[in-house]
Design a protein around this ligand. Structure first.
Ligand SMILES: C=C1C[C@]23C[C@@]1(O)CC[C@H]2[C@@]12CC[C@H](O)[C@@](C)(C(=O)O1)[C@H]2[C@@H]3C(=O)O
Ligand SMILES: O=C(O)CCC(=O)C(=O)O
Ligand SMILES: [Fe+2]
Length: 311
């Protein structure tokens, strides 16, 4: 069904609530491979269950994160640059969100975390989601390039200098008219997202038509294609705009693991996928374009090859 939003800041936007993202069971690997490829082509989003990340590890990090965000503002500010509130990026974007952004391949300290419980929980979580991300990327390459594709994608994240990050977001309950995190695509290869079961995430299936992502089932990870994976699959997979709407009834918390190559790694189309739509570039070059632009920008246009190249 298509309903017109009554919402003042999401004015007259159409919300389509009859699309459900596929829930893919990783136990059946050959089925999962086909379903994931289809979902990446169609929606750029899917959910995975039986993903192998222990529930204990997830609960631990969620509990520590809840404790951190419940602290008074000045204490959270003590966490320094990993902590941010309302300001998103460097170019003036804002949202009803507070967050922690952590580089995953270098040691970090959260000054409020005297017992180091939060840090240990994060480290255990990153190790587990990293394995899951490798597994998903290997299946996706095989699904697109066959077994010759090997570990073309997962090797980028296995590089000890990979630039993957973990982001913990907290959207306090409030006026539903407000946007927690404005529309954007994720610039990296792939994102693995957990939420505390509170709604808010929406994806853009076509211009101006938003689909809410149901947080069910609680145990699932929501996975989405980033811009780099779009380039590497020569546009076959789509990196889709998404956003987060504030909920009136409860605070949303989410934990996103963004898989990124090393800054010096070259990003180009995988073999056998036709004439490239985008020129090759390094992740460092793309990241610079990302941070000099606004949240909602379609940054990949800057790297598109002229269409005559594809004739
Ligand atoms: C406004 C911005 C925030 C962002 C960097 C950017 O310039 C454009 C992309 C944004 C985004 C979206 C996905 C991730 O949450 C993020 C960490 C990323 O890599 O790109 C954020 C950036 C951010 O919040 O720093
Ligand atoms: O909080 C969410 O559900 C999504 C957050 C997001 O899209 C991001 O951090 O890039
Ligand atoms: Fe995102």
């Amino acid at each position: 069904m298509v309903v017109i939003s009554q919402n003042p800041t999401m004015k007259m936007e159409k919300i389509r609530d009859d699309i459900e993202l596929p829930i893919i069971n990783l136990c059946n690997r050959s089925e999962a491979m086909k379903e994931m490829v289809k979902a990446c082509e169609e929606y750029g989003f899917f959910k995975v269950i039986n993903h192998g990340v222990p529930q204990g590890i997830i609960s631990q990090v969620e509990e520590e994160a809840r404790g951190f965000f419940a602290k008074p503002g000045p204490e959270k500010m003590r966490a320094g640059p990993p902590y941010g509130c309302k300001n998103i990026g460097l170019q003036g974007d804002v949202g009803e969100v507070e967050y922690l952004i952590l580089q995953t391949n270098s040691p970090f300290i959260i000054p409020t975390d005297e017992s180091n419980k939060f840090r240990s929980a994060i480290n255990a979580y990153v190790e587990a989601v990293r394995k899951l991300a490798c597994d998903i990327l290997d299946l996706l390459v095989e699904g697109v390039c066959g077994s010759e594709g090997g570990s073309a994608l997962s090797r980028l994240m296995r590089d000890s200098e990979n630039d993957s990050i973990l982001r913990l977001n907290h959207y306090p309950a409030g006026e539903v008219s407000k946007i927690g995190f404005g529309e954007h695509t994720d610039p990296q290869i792939i994102t693995l997202l957990r939420s505390n079961g509170v709604e808010g995430l929406q994806i853009s299936v076509q211009d101006g038509l938003w689909v809410p992502v149901n947080p069910y089932p609680d145990s699932a990870f929501c996975v989405n294609v980033g811009d780099i994976l779009r380039v590497m699959t020569n546009g076959r997979f789509v990196s889709v705009k998404h956003r987060v709407a504030v909920q009136a009834y409860e605070s949303r918390m989410s934990i996103a693991y963004f898989v990124a190559p090393a800054l010096h790694a070259t990003v180009s189309c995988l073999p056998g996928l036709g004439l490239p739509l985008y020129r090759s570039f390094t992740w460092g070059e793309y990241k610079q374009a990302v941070y000099t632009g606004r949240l909602a920008d379609t940054r990949l246009n800057l790297f598109a090859l002229p269409s005559h190249h594809n004739l």
